[in-house]
Write a protein that binds this ligand. Structure first.
Ligand SMILES: [Zn+2]
Length: 60
């Protein structure tokens, strides 16, 4: 019996720093590594964003 790998391996998940919207009614967030601003505002509702760590698929 051999272990065969499928063509699509799931991406490994890693702890990722993100900016998350502080507005409870909004789900806006972005990866810190994709944000060039020091203090970004939410692209959806323009609220402040706070830093957070989420487990997300690794980016190459
Ligand atoms: Zn927002």
């Amino acid at each position: 019996m051999s272990f065969s790998r499928g063509p699509k391996e799931p991406l490994p998940k890693v702890d990722t720093n993100v900016w998350a919207c502080t507005n409870d009614d909004c789900n806006g967030w972005m990866r810190e590594s994709l944000s060039f601003e020091k203090d970004p505002e939410c692209p959806l509702c323009k609220s402040e964003m706070k830093q957070e760590v989420r487990v997300l698929p690794e980016l190459e």
